[in-house]
Each structure stands twice: as C-alpha cells, then as structure tokens.
Design a protein around this ligand. Sequence first.
Ligand code: NAP
Ligand code: MG
Length: 496
Amino acid sequence: MTEHTLTVAGVAVDTRHWIGGRRVASAGTFTDVSPIDGKAIGAISRGTPAEAAEAVAAAKAAFPGWAATPRAERARILHAVADGVEKRLEELAIVETTDNGALLRSHRRGVMPRVAHNFRFFADWLLTLDHEDFDTYPSGGSAAGRGHTNHVSWDPAGPCVLITPWNAPLMMASWKVAPALAAGNTVVLKPAEWTPLTASLLADITAEAGLPAGVLNIVQGYGSEIGDALTSHPDVRRISFTGSVPTARHIAASSAPNLTPTSFELGGKSPLLVFADADLDLAVDLAVEQYDNAGQVCLAATRILVEEPIAEEFTRRFTEKAAGLTQGDPRDEATDVGPNIHPRQLEKIDGFVRRAVAAGARTVIGGHPGDGQYYAPTLLTDVAQDSEIVQEEVFGPVLTLQTFRDEDEAVRLANDTRFGLAATLATGDHERADRVTAQLVAGTVWVNCFFVRDLQAPFGGSRESGVGREGGTWSFDFYCDLKNTVTAPKGWKHHG
Ligand code: NAP
Ligand code: MG
C-alpha cells in the first residue's frame, strides 16, 4: 500500500499510470466519482502529454522483443492473463460496478467472464492463422507460370494506441488489448476518465501473468489533454478507438499526417423491427432489454418500429413488462436498471426528452429523472422521423416507438439515420427476415435475438457508426501488417 493506492469496495487499486512495467505518478490528479452515490472514490494520476510520449516510447522499446516472441508463448501468457481475470473476477466486478454503475450481477455473470474469454479467444485464434502459401497465378507478368511461390505472413504492426469509453470499460479494453497483444504488438491503453479503475487492475494481472515490461502500458487522464500526444505520435502504428463520432473525427485528423491506420467503433441509433407475425412475448422481451445498462449501450435498439395492427397490443404488453423493472443500486442483485454515469450525462438525457416532448412527443412511460443519478426508463411515441429524438443517440434509458404499414416502410424508417451499427428483427417468417436483412444498413443484424456475439464474427458499424471491423480474423487483419514474400524457383533467370 502506498499513498497511491485506493481501497475500492475492499480492493486495492493503484491510481498511477503503468509505463514500462512500473508505476508512474503524475504531479496532478483528477477525481474519480462513483455514479451510485455521486461520491468521490479518489484521486487518479492526471496524465500529461510528456507521460503519454513516455508510454509510447516504452511500447516502442518493448516491441522488438514481444514481436519476436513465438506465437505459442504469446498465447500462453494471454491464457495466464485470462486465468488472472477469472481468479480476481469478484474483485473486478465490484470495482467496475462502483466505478461506472453498471449492474454487479451483469459484471459477475456476463461481462468479466467475457473479459477472460476475450484473452483466451484471441490467444487461440492467433494459433489458427495460417501462413498462406500459393503459386503465382499463371497469367500476366514476366514470372507467371514459372514456379514462383508466394508466402503471406501476419507480421506485428508496432505500438498500438487503444482508447476506450466508460460504458463497458474492461470489456472494451480487453476486446482491443487481447488481439493487439496476440498479434505481437505492444500497447498504450487510455481508459475513459470516468472509469479508470479496472484498467489499473488489468496492469497488475498482466504483470503477474508474466507479460514483459512495456508490452502493455496504461496512461490515465483526460482525452482532451493527452489524446493528441497519443494519436499524432509518429511511432504509433495502429489506433483503435471506441467512443463518440466527434472524438473519432478529431482522431482521424490528428492521425492523418502519419497515415496511422485507425479502427473506429462509434455510436448508433439502431432499430428493433417488430412484425405482426412475431412472437409477441419475445418481441416485448427484446424491447425491454434495451434498458440494460441504463441504456448506455452502443448497440441498443433505441428505435422500436412496430407493424400497425399489433402496435396497441405491443405497447400495452411493453408497458406492463417495463413497469416490473426495478431501478436502484446496481450492487443489489434485484436491480434491473442502475444509475447513469455522470450528472452531465443525466442532463443531456433529460434535455433530449424535454425537447422531444416540446416537439409533440407523447410520453408512454418515464420521461423524468429519478432520485440521484437515475433516469426513469422512458418510452416516447408520436415522434417524427426527422426529429432529434429519432435521429440522435441519447445514450440513456430512452426509447421511441413508431409504427409502419409494410415491409418497405419498415426498411425505409430503419435505414433513415446517419448510423448503421446494428438492427434487430422480430418476425416469425424467415423469408421475410432474409428479405429485410438484405436491405438493412448495419454491421450486425439480429433475428429474433439480441446481443448474441460470437468473437469469430466481424463487428463494427457502417456509416457514422464506425470504420473497419474487428473480431476473429478481422482483428488480426487490422492489428497485423500482412507481408507477401515471392520466391523464385531454383535456377530462375530474369528475362526482362
Ligand atoms: P468519447 O467522449 O468519444 O470518449 C471515448 C474515449 O475517447 C475516452 O477515453 C475519452 O477520454 C477519449 N477522448 C476524448 N477526447 C479525445 C481526444 N481528443 N483524443 C483522443 N481520445 C479522446 O465517448 P463517450 O461519450 O465516453 O462514449 C460513448 C460513445 O461511445 C457513444 O457514442 C457510444 O455509442 C460509443 N460506443 C460505441 C461502442 C461500439 O462498439 N460501437 C461501444 C461503446 C460505446 P475522456 O474520458 O477523458 O474524455
Ligand atoms: Mg467513475
């Protein structure tokens, strides 16, 4: 224990950066707050551009050694990290809940097991990436058909900057850190300022697992103060960012002079399409599920689109089901909807709702803040397609309900936003599902389910919901530099 250690729900958390395998304190600090009660948790090192540069230098220095580490050894260490996550699962769960207010029961049973799984999956997937060999295609070019071979290898790219949001802090961090490290890269991770704690615990876990110094570095602080030092650094070879569209635009500009490849996972305004032939109980469950994490989910289907003949019945059953939700302390197993992350976020949510109501929306349920940092689960109807509440991401427990007359109108409404992250369909007709899915603009479409994610599948958004895809081989596509080596057959002479 040092003056830099906080005790959070009985767990010791270091408040400093993690650079080159040691703890580094900043002169300045910022205060981390718990959204459960709005009280300060403690002071966290407030990184400076110089410290960000120090972290990149540490990642650069560690890169040759880690890149040259055999794949099997890298995979072994990542499995040891997963073991560490599983061993400390309860601690990670309670610290994350204290820091970001998401449900403890979700952290225990869904999120933290998934964090461990991210490390295991990418460690294993690395070992499946074959070096591809093929003969030169027998047409065109001077060497065609003369027995030259091609050998494609997945080379590590270099130091990566990984920037994560607050709504799923360790999940998002591990989703990026695991493939980046598996690929043989080194990392500088910048967690969101509202949720710095579990990243610090991850540093401890990776050190215990034997990850060499400098392979993973963590800098705490404000994106506005240290972001540019990371994203415009010429030694950084990849940037993976999850967060908002304006920040992505900023990073795209700051990384442009170096032509640093970027992967962006951004916001959404995803639809849930409920057709008259759907299993209505399932459709209602899928809709009410959108209040999970108090609506702070990028993938949330916040626009419910219901076929006219069942709209009344759907709304009745939805209202009944939503009335059964328990809102309160996220540490309580009985709680379904916890607090929102920050008073600023709460104000933003309430602003959206007030302006929607002023513009003519009808409040079916909710529509107001609760005690403390809570917002009542809200459903608004009578909303215009081009209105702010239908077009902009709220990132709170606020859903809209619109109706459609036929498939064409459903597709038109579904696609009519700047986003394209996900879409969910409830229908009993698989041919209809195929027809509609083919026309939707979305990185992920769920048919009669929601939030089921296979790490082998590509994940990302279209339009303003993102650039690029990660997951399975797509993650390695991003985090690796592919190299093709062409070898002439023995005795081959160049004929010009
Ligand atoms: P944000 O403001 O863009 O912040 C995200 C991260 O970027 C934070 O770590 C932030 O640091 C950092 N940042 C801020 N300014 C920066 C700069 N100039 N340079 C570099 N980094 C900078 O987003 P947010 O509001 O926290 O997160 C919510 C958004 O994320 C929503 O739009 C949501 O849909 C999206 N999201 C998308 C996915 C997905 O997979 N598609 C998943 C989760 C969330 P600070 O914390 O210090 O500001
Ligand atoms: Mg916090």
